[in-house]
Design a protein around this ligand. Structure first.
Ligand code: CTP
Length: 402
């Protein structure tokens, strides 16, 4: 429920603006006080009269309106709420937010506010996928702006793809999650998570890689951040969108991943979920290797640094809790118990990555948690749920030990 929560809803101008009416209704049904600011373009799609009728008070539209300023003023609009929600957020408003442009009431309020912000983008698929929009979104996520990603589906212009405004119930769920600040047991803790594969170059066009999707590592980082941890996610190349409220450091190779992890210390928690390549080409060719008609070239491999073992090594910078993963294809628990001892980490999450288990690239995971107390088998869960359960266990651990 959102009883007594105050929400400032900013409605930008896109066809999805009509869904803002449903969003206002649902937020109010849950007990929220909703005040709305509309951009000029938004008023072309829905009327301020309709928005004002559903919201808790009339809609605000104009930065230079004497009425609006004497009623409340743009600075108070920017302060007097628990959360600012931008829905729909157009490509234009996202760009203005990313670059600090304040040229109307909505963008001025967004620049003047220091409240948490949640944005629900909606735009044509090409505008969403444009590198400019993606770079702007990355900037906003980096600054801690929460995002309800657009959904994929048919759009107004007879095109299909990502860009449709998330359905209002999903936006309401994100609002509730952000405002249920009570459940942040990891607030004040720092977490470091590795995710995805690494790419180890052979020459300028070829590399050694593996099938890791990054889904599990990203889900863990998202869950730790939701519980309040200040979370750094060091990730190899993946298709996964960066989670809300997490600082993403993209890397390619194992050595870059190690350097980024060491730079992110100190941390209270380290979770190494990346499928780091064990080996790299001993020598990276400066030019593309060419067929010569003779014997194919042989590849001499060199071992990569072990990030988990490095972070687990005793020392003042060792995180209080280091969690590793064990990707095994047979004798899963036995191998994981041995791996925990060998790497020196505190816990190991063991999973079966044999082809039959469908873990790599799939959405679910059957894992065993190995701690000093022994092995505990979890039921098959989605990767998101494994992330949540692991983050909850980490929070319990810190509550029990401090
Ligand atoms: N890991 C790491 N750096 C490496 C290799 C692995 O940080 N260079 C971490 C992984 O992120 C994971 C754990 O070590 O948390 C175990 O990875 P896994 O691939 O299962 O083990 P390996 O070290 O490759 O051991 P083995 O070859 O015995 O399977």
């Amino acid at each position: 429920m959102l009883t007594d929560k105050r929400i400032l809803l900013i409605i930008a101008g896109g066809i999805a603006a009509y869904k803002a009416l449903d969003l206002i209704r649902r937020l109010r049904e849950r007990g929220a006080f909703v005040r709305a600011v509309m951009t000029r373009n938004a008023t072309e799609f829905v009327t301020p009269l309709a928005v004002g009728a559903l919201a808790s008070e009339r809609a605000y539209t104009d930065l230079f309106s004497l009425d609006d300023e004497s009623d409340i003023g743009h600075i108070r609009l920017a302060r007097d709420a628990d959360l600012v929600v931008v829905a729909p957020a157009t490509a234009n408003l996202v760009a203005k937010m990313a670059h600090g442009i304040a040229d109307d009431l909505a963008s001025t309020v967004l620049l003047a506010t220091d409240l948490p912000i949640l944005i629900a983008p909606a735009m044509n698929v090409r505008m969403w996928l444009h590198p400019a929009t993606q770079a702007n979104m990355a900037l906003l996520r980096d600054r801690g702006v929460a995002v309800v990603d657009p959904e994929t589906g048919a759009m107004a212009e007879n095109e299909t793809g990502p860009g449709r405004l998330a359905e209002p119930p999903n936006i309401v769920a994100s609002v509730e999650a952000l405002l249920s600040g009570a459940n942040r047991p990891l607030a004040g803790r720092r977490a470091l998570v590795t995710s995805g594969p690494t790419h180890e170059p052979i020459d300028p066009v070829r590399y050694i890689a593996n099938r890791s999707s990054g889904k599990q590592g990203h889900a863990i980082a998202a869950a730790l951040a939701r519980l309040g941890a200040e979370t750094v996610l060091v990730s190899g190349p993946t298709q996964e969108p960066p989670p809300n409220g997490v600082r993403l450091i993209p890397v390619e190779t194992a050595r870059e991943m190690l350097a980024a992890c060491e730079a992110a210390l100190p941390a209270d928690i380290a979770v190494c979920a990346a499928a780091v390549a064990d080996w790299r080409a001993g020598e990276e060719a400066g030019q593309k290797l060419k067929k010569t008609g003779g014997a194919p070239p042989s590849l001499a491999l060199t071992e990569n640094p072990d990030i988990l073992a490095t972070l687990s090594a005793p020392g003042s910078a060792r995180p209080a809790l280091v969690v590793g993963f064990a990707a095994e294809t047979e004798s899963v628990i036995d191998h994981a118990v041995a791996k925990r001892a060998r790497k020196g980490c505190d816990w190991i999450v063991a999973n079966d990555v044999s082809a039959a288990a469908g873990t790599f690239g799939g959405d679910s995971n059957s894992v065993h948690l190995i701690t000093e107390a022994g092995a505990e088998s979890w039921p098959a869960l989605s990767k998101k749920d494994v992330g949540e359960r692991l983050a909850a266990r980490i929070a319990d651990h810190f509550q029990a030990t401090t």
